[in-house]
Design a protein around this ligand. Structure first.
Ligand code: ZN
Length: 335
């Protein structure tokens, strides 16, 4: 059964409007964002948000890029953009955030098969010290613990808690998360058994990916929302992750990736710290294209997930989906 939105995506593709919009943005830089690729697993509310795509869906995306885009390494494309030089038509860069082991297991072989470069932004505490990401601790406790039983209850609870915790300052968020883990009676503190799906990349995997031409980049030490921490902490998170990752991975990307990355999650002060830390640019998760006049420390990225079947992918990358969202939100606010 198609939803109204799916019908709309198909209509935009069939009518040629999506292709028209794509052509209008041909000289701008498109950066896509993934978190991971994993097989479909029957594990309650695990990955209910679809942030890990199935290998089949990810391969569909790569085939589309191969056919319709010039896929460049992010550093190369951003260097051209920042220098005010022309990009090849339909330039697209592939990025991954956080540093999950599934990036190596499922995404890396497909990227190699299609001969496409990607940049992997790593949270250094996660990959170098095996500290789980807070969003995974939340998902795991609610899914595996005793506070909810039916999957739809787990999903609702996760959505509610995620939104609530995101609004809190970092330290308070971590205290609240610990209280929730206490309530649920289970905590993600190792990557064994059911928790192995949340494991980070190992140093060996990172080394192999680097040797195959993939790039690693910095994404802070502990993944705080940078707008919610003091400038000293922000500097430690940004510069610290850069230095620690460089010591492990050799050269890392000259582009930084903000955690969460939504409007308001980073501001001018944070962008200044990123610049002072030696980065030439930074990527957000604000959807949109990038042109010479785009602030290099606020580059836009299109987040993609399992729901991006062919029609939605085409509409997302044409910029239409973002525009429609803006219009819907505008009218929703007026009601
Ligand atoms: Zn992240």
């Amino acid at each position: 059964m198609f939803s109204m939105k799916q019908i709309l995506w198909h209509m935009l593709v069939w009518s040629g409007l999506a292709a028209l919009a794509r052509r209008r943005a041909r000289d701008q830089l498109t950066i896509v964002l993934y978190h991971g690729v994993d097989e479909k697993r029957d594990m309650g509310s695990y990955n209910y948000r679809g942030k890990f795509l199935t290998p089949e869906r990810f391969e569909e995306h790569l085939r589309y890029y191969k056919r319709h885009y010039s896929v460049l390494p992010l550093d190369k494309a951003v260097a051209l953009l920042v220098a005010g030089k022309n990009l090849p038509p339909y330039t697209l860069c592939i990025t991954f955030d956080d540093g999950y082991a599934n990036n190596y297991t499922y995404a890396f072989p497909l990227l190699r098969q299609y001969d496409l470069p990607a940049t992997f932004f790593l949270t250094s505490d996660f990959v170098l010290r095996n500290v789980p990401l807070w969003v995974d601790r939340l998902e795991y406790s609610i899914n595996m613990g005793t506070c909810c039983s039916a999957v739809h209850e787990k999903v609702r609870e996760d959505d509610r808690e995620r939104a609530r915790l995101k609004r809190l300052p970092h330290d308070e968020r971590m205290r609240e998360l610990e209280a929730l883990e206490e309530r649920c009676g289970i905590r993600l503190d190792s990557f064994e058994g059911d928790a192995s799906v949340y494991a980070p990349l190992t140093r060996e995997q990172i080394g192999e990916m680097r040797a195959s031409g993939m790039m690693m980049g910095a994404h802070t030490e502990s993944h705080p929302i940078l707008g919610g921490v003091d400038p000293k902490t922000a500097e430690r998170e940004i510069l610290g992750s850069k230095e620690k990752l460089a010591a492990t991975c050799g050269t890392i990307s000259s582009v930084f990736a903000y955690p969460n990355g939504q409007p308001g999650d980073q501001d001018e002060t944070i962008a200044k710290i990123v610049k002072q830390s030696g980065f030439i640019a930074a990527v957000t998760t604000v959807p949109g294209f990038n042109a010479a006049e785009t602030d290099p420390y606020m580059l836009n990225r299109m987040s993609l997930d399992q729901d991006d079947d062919h029609a939605r992918l085409v509409v997302s990358l044409s910029g239409f989906r973002h525009q429609l969202h803006t219009v819907f939100n505008h009218y929703a606010k007026r009601d």
